[in-house]
Write a protein that binds this ligand. Structure first.
Ligand SMILES: Nc1nc2c(ncn2[C@@H]2O[C@H](COP(=O)(O)OP(=O)(O)OP(=O)(O)O)[C@@H](O)[C@H]2O)c(=O)[nH]1
Ligand SMILES: [Mg+2]
Length: 880
């Protein structure tokens, strides 16, 4: 058997088996012939396998010619022939069945061939069992073919786009029965073995796209329409307008590829968009056809990952290894060509020179042995013969594992760890409390089945994982950060309630303790004030009684009549609590002391003296505004059986008293999408988000721990709008304006090298409080805001009138511009700003939704994925 490439040039004749008449060939075609070795000895007419392959020049035109339908022509180009030019510059080395999947069946990259050879013709088949005559006579060939399409000679190239689309749809719908090939067993087993083995190695990489095409110009008709939708070839990136797409891409047997790119491997940066339909296709074809095209795009062999381009522990993978890797119960997600390291013992997986990004199934027979320097760690601490990275070192430390003396740990897939050479399991890593949280915050992987180590049915689990992979889940990380009291905790908790990420029983318990402790703190602040109020009142009473005739024991009289006096029992409780606060032991004694003190709180609340202090709570600047919410229900909250409601959790100050980091995964609500986003946001359900909230105080000196968050996608910097007239007092009495502190932290974070490329969204929080405050305290109280000089409107309080903003709105706008200018002066880039009221769900939804919009816009701009229109026309509108 041999394979020969020939050409049918214009002017050749094509003979139909069922007709006597010859048809002349209008365009040049290449023919792949696989049959007996050709010599002058063979008979004039031999049955052979022949494929018609349009040469590049006519390929596009042929797409609209029904009887030379492209789906039958599925070329693959040999690497050695890459770059060859000319009419018939490609030699096709793979069997057509490699590219077709009957009924859209998924290709199996391990088998190398895909069943499609049933040896019979359907009524509308174009048969490739042909007779060849005059094989070497002036490149002329006569091909006879069966097809019942009465429009066999229709070659009207000026059909409108819709006709072409219908035509393509027909071809796609009939695709499974369009071509009949000879039995694959015809080909020698040797040949199929060989092609099987280096099938992927044979897939050529993308051809270069023309680089002289201007932005917005269709690569075919060369007409410019900047905002017109374009379909993008997943191989070379060429973009075609609606009118040209079908002519340029034909019936898309391998998905959205130019005809000249069929058979080429896809551009890896576009792997994420495989199978994700664009709006243009939806408009051109029916749902079924679109589904088929997308299914071909996802499953077709040539679009699969090339194993040799995935290198694990320094070794390029074989097909078998790739199959092992991808079909394990927990495979790497979003696998792309690249160099990776893999710790077979624990299942850690990462890019060469980087920290682990995933934990995959352990003990897979892929790649070489791991190298010590695989992840480029410099900590001197080793896990399974690899020097770990700084974030991993911190993970161990935060998990309470002693890392002194550069230990070498041996960690197994279930997280059991022991010192190398010691036969003693020291504990289980993944069972450490809070480790999941720590990992999330440090962007380290946490095993997905850690909560269910026994595992479900492996097959089910695998299906789930595969499904997940197919969906190409994408995770966007949002880092929420701000000075103390800026409202980051409130926004975080609001998001949790809003996006329905429930608090676990453990978390609820922690929050309950925190709320109860806070309650005692608020009571303590009131009791501290009582001392002052009582003293002042006593002086006043003394002055009054001294001038009045009557009993001489004024002290007793003053005490009895002082409205702030307590019964001895309450007096004792008060001194005890104040003592605790002064010594800083409040945290240590509660919640243990809750049960015995709960009745006292109830008694205190009913006491007239306490109520008298409570009435004057507004005079107490150290008492947070939110304290009222809890103090109003002091008796209820102090009880042992108290269960915090969602509202209580939201209003509680902070998240957990001792932990600076919190993290949650969530998806935005459908209803929270901006209206115009819905049409283009078709893949939104496949995108999930992670909100990481970090306490500024946990970032260490010079913000050195910021680098732990190097892979966040956007930084949400939270500033309280009420900070402008508030001061932070240091122990030495030095007072600093809180807005200046926020500014300083902002400057530090923005100019930190870790975030040099990150987007920043400034969330100006506590707008509700600003509205109250600005009427009493001018913004100019803050040195940075000295030049705030709003034009006062004659109708100042009409909030609904946009053309006539309120003073608070003007102040917000002013503050936003101040930060924007500061940001630009440091980075030369644009700062996005959103205002928020952390206690209002809608407001938080809008602010976070804005962050999402920025990320989406950035993603589209970078990948320029499938819609040029969307990238060019969507610029996130800043609210300032
Ligand atoms: N009125 C009002 N109060 C708010 C708003 N945002 C936060 N707060 C309150 O401000 C206080 C501080 O908010 P937190 O969310 O705890 O601020 P944080 O300092 O960033 O977080 P932690 O340090 O964990 O406490 C809390 O009492 C909140 O209830 C807001 O938009 N409006
Ligand atoms: Mg706080």
């Amino acid at each position: 058997m041999a394979r020969v490439l020939m050409s049918i040039l214009p002017g050749s004749s094509v003979k139909r088996e069922d007709h006597d008449d010859d048809y002349s060939v209008d365009y040049s075609f290449a023919i792949e012939y696989s049959g007996p070795a050709l010599s002058h000895d063979i008979p004039q007419v031999v049955p052979v396998d022949v494929r018609l392959i349009p040469t590049a020049a006519v390929a596009a035109r042929a797409a609209t010619v029904s009887n030379l339908s492209l789906p039958v022509i599925q070329p693959i180009v040999k690497k050695s022939d890459l770059g060859k030019s000319g009419n018939h510059g490609r030699v096709y080395s793979r069997k057509p069945e490699d590219f077709y999947h009957r009924d859209g069946a998924q290709s199996s990259s391990s088998s190398g061939t895909l069943g499609f050879s049933d040896g019979h013709c359907d009524s509308n088949q174009l048969s490739c069992s042909s007779d060849i005559e005059d094989l070497d006579d002036d490149n002329k060939a006569c091909v006879s073919y069966n097809e019942n399409n009465s429009n066999s000679k229709s070659s009207n190239l000026n059909q409108d786009v819709q006709d072409s689309a219908d035509e393509v749809s027909n071809q796609i719908n009939n695709r499974t029965s369009v071509v009949t090939f000879r039995d694959i067993s015809d080909s020698t087993s040797e040949e199929s073995e060989e092609s099987h083995h280096d099938e992927h190695a044979m897939i050529p990489e993308k051809p270069m796209v023309l680089d002289d095409v201007k932005k917005g110009v269709c690569y075919k008709c060369r007409k410019r329409n900047r905002f017109g939708e374009k379909e993008v070839c997943i191989v070379c990136g060429a973009k075609y307008c609606r009118k040209c797409v079908i002519r340029a891409m034909g019936a898309m047997p391998e998905g959205r590829k130019c005809i000249t790119c069929i058979g080429f491997g896809i551009d890896e940066s576009r792997r994420g968009s495989l199978g994700k339909c664009s709006r243009m296709l939806k408009k051109l074809f029916t749902d079924d056809v679109v589904k088929q095209i997308m299914s071909f795009e996802v499953s077709c062999g040539v679009n699969q990952l090339p194993p040799h381009r995935i290198c694990v522990n320094g070794k390029p993978l074989s097909i078998e290894e790739l199959v092992v890797l991808q079909s394990c119960s927990n495979p790497p997600k979003k696998l792309k060509p690249g160099k990776y390291w893999y710790d077979k013992v624990a299942g850690f997986w990462g890019k060469d020179g980087e920290k682990p990004s995933q934990i995959i199934s352990a003990q897979l027979a892929v790649g070489n042995q791991i190298r010590q320097e695989a992840s480029n760690g410099n900590t001197n601490v080793m896990i399974n013969s690899r020097v770990i990275t700084t974030p991993e070192f911190w993970m161990l430390k935060l998990a309470g594992i002693d890392c002194e003396g550069s230990p070498h740990f041996w960690v197994t897939a279930d997280g059991s760890y022991q010192l190398e050479g010691m036969n003693y399991v020291m504990g289980k890593l993944w069972e450490k409390k809070l480790l999941r949280l720590v990992c999330a915050a440090l962007s380290l992987p946490f095993p997905s089945d850690a909560t269910n180590p026994d595992g479900e049915d492996v097959d089910k689990e695998r299906d789930k994982v595969n499904l997940k992979n197919l969906e190409q889940k994408m995770m966007n990380k949002l880092l929420l950060i701000g000075c103390d009291q800026s409202g980051t905790s409130t926004i975080y908790k609001q998001a949790r309630i809003l996006y329905k990420v429930p608090f676990s029983e453990d978390e609820k318990q922690d929050l309950k303790i925190m709320i109860q402790r806070n309650l005692y703190r608020y009571i303590g602040i009131l009791l501290e004030a009582r001392e002052r109020f009582k003293e002042d009142h006593a002086i006043e009473l003394r002055r009054r009684y001294i001038n009045e005739p009557g009993p001489s024991d004024i002290s007793n009289l003053v005490d009895e009549n002082n409205i702030y006096s307590f019964s001895p029992r309450l007096e004792h409780f008060s001194s005890w609590l104040l003592q605790l606060m002064i010594s800083g032991n409040l945290e240590a004694i509660f919640p243990a002391a809750t049960r015995e003190n709960s009745p006292l709180v109830e008694e205190l609340w009913k006491d007239k003296g306490f109520q008298a202090i409570y009435k004057r709570r507004n005079e107490l600047h150290t008492l947070p505004k939110v304290a009222n919410y809890f103090l109003d229900r002091a008796a209820e909250i102090s009880r042992v059986d108290y269960e915090p409601s969602e509202m209580d959790i939201l209003y509680a100050e902070g998240i957990r008293s001792s932990n600076g980091v919190a993290s949650m995964e969530f998806s935005f609500l459908k209803s929270s999408q901006a209206e115009y986003m819905e049409s283009v946001d078709q893949n939104d359900t496949s995108v999930s988000y992670q909100l990481i909230r970090v306490h500024a105080s946990s970032l260490g000196e010079n913000l050195k721990w910021l680098e732990m968050f190097e892979d966040v996608d956007i930084v949400l910097f939270c500033v309280s709008l009420t900070d402008y007239d508030e001061y932070y007092e240091e122990i030495n009495g030095k007072r600093t304006n809180k807005m200046s502190l926020s500014k300083k932290l902002f400057e530090g974070i923005v100019s930190h090298p870790t975030f040099s490329e990150k987007h920043f969204l400034l969330i100006l929080n506590k707008f509700d409080l600003l509205e109250e405050k600005i009427e009493q305290a001018p913004l100019t109280q803050c040195d940075w805001f000295q030049d705030f000089n709003p034009v006062i409107s004659r109708y100042p309080n009409n909030a609904s009138n946009n053309s006539n903003p309120t003073l608070a709105q003007r102040a917000f706008h002013y503050v936003a511009v101040k930060f924007k200018r500061l940001f630009e002066s440091i980075t030369g880039r644009k700062l996005f700003v959103s205002r928020a009221t952390g206690l209002e769900a809608d407001s938080v939804d809008k602010a976070l939704g804005y962050g999402k919009e920025i990320l989406k816009w950035d993603y589209e701009r970078n990948t320029f994925s499938m819609n040029e229109w969307s990238s060019e026309s969507i610029e996130p509108s800043t609210s300032v």
